[in-house]
Write a protein that binds this ligand. Structure first.
Ligand code: GDP
Ligand code: MG
Length: 304
């Protein structure tokens, strides 16, 4: 069978070797050859990938932009990773995020069927040797895509490739204070998908975030039980999953959101919950808390 191909050389594309499959034709009998140009391989895997899950309007972009703003304005330096061709779009997204949120403008809507990838380096301003810079790759997706997994559906291929790639993933599952009860089933479908893809829920980083907590009339909780009770009542199945696998949960608010001339604006920005979630993210990836105090000697050295 392979004889008739003998004279053919494998195709090669000098600049684009990882976009096109260059496997020799001899493999024809062994396994299906991937279609040319339909590469779903994740590129530049050397990073910590952070995947936001949630229906549209649940608050994913607001959480992402305020976390980035917290990391950059209070916790250290955050910059595009060198040597990675960040799409122009991603860089624009990043500078829009910073500029908008500091002016109280909410992020705009995310395009469907596309994963915008932000490759960043975060360098903490904590100078302890234990506190190292980390690579962070945020994946911004559209909420409509997450709806497609209801009742056993599957994801658009651009999202699938990240879930299938052998890369370190953190999942931030977002549901909002006012609509959480409608998301219980969908979040469970998502856990099912992760388990089907043999992601061990015990060993990957997952956190449930209840967004828009200010809609409760308060900016925070009076006790931990308040959040526990909320999840227990509104997200029954999700709550079981979280407890079984010992997964984390938290609440989130961007501050005081007001409607002015039919448009929503942030009247007062709060980064308190952005700080909590960012610190959880850093510690779950790096193993040491971002505000680690360091040893006695380390503290002495940096106090001069
Ligand atoms: N009150 C309040 N509203 C929020 C908050 N976060 C988001 N929203 C509202 O929810 C809308 C959708 O948020 P967005 O992050 O774009 O959702 P996404 O579609 O999941 O990315 C925003 O435009 C705001 O109107 C919050 O913390 N508090
Ligand atoms: Mg969005």
């Amino acid at each position: 069978m392979s004889e008739e191909f003998e004279d053919l050389k494998p195709l090669s594309f000098e600049d684009d070797t990882d976009t096109f499959n260059t496997r020799p034709f001899e493999n024809l009998n062994e396994e299906p050859v991937p279609l040319m140009g339909s590469s779903n391989e994740v590129k530049n895997k050397d990073s910590n990938f952070v995947f936001f899950f949630g229906t549209s309007e649940s608050g994913k972009s607001v959480i992402l932009s305020s976390m980035l703003y917290y990391l950059k304005s209070q916790a250290g330096d955050l910059r595009p990773k060198k040597g990675i061709p960040n799409t122009t779009e991603a860089e624009v997204l990043l500078s829009d995020f910073f500029e908008n949120i500091s002016q109280g403008i909410l992020p705009s809507r995310t395009t469907r069927d596309k994963v915008t990838r932000l490759d960043l380096v975060f360098e903490p301003n904590n100078k302890s040797k234990k506190i190292q810079p980390i690579n962070l790759t945020f994946l911004e997706t559209s909420g409509e895509n997450h709806n497609e997994i209801r009742r056993g559906g599957s994801y658009h291929s651009s999202i699938e490739s990240y879930l299938n790639g052998k890369i370190p993933l953190t999942f931030i599952i977002v549901t909002s204070y006012d609509t959480a009860h409608k998301d219980d089933n969908l979040i469970n479908n998502f856990f099912d998908i992760l388990e089907k893809k043999e992601k061990n829920l015990r060993s990957i980083n997952v956190i449930l975030v209840v967004s828009k907590w200010d809609k409760s009339g308060k900016m925070g909780v009076d006790s931990i039980e308040e959040l526990d009770d909320f999840v227990k009542v509104k997200l029954k199945m999700t709550n079981m999953r979280l407890n079984t696998f010992g997964l984390s949960k938290t609440f989130y608010t961007i501050g005081d959101v007001q409607s002015k001339n039919g448009e929503q604006k942030i009247a007062m920005l709060s980064l308190a919950t952005a700080e909590v979630l960012s610190k959880w993210l850093y510690e779950s990836i790096h193993g040491f808390p971002l505000d680690y105090e360091g040893t006695f000697w380390e503290r002495l050295k940096f106090s001069f």
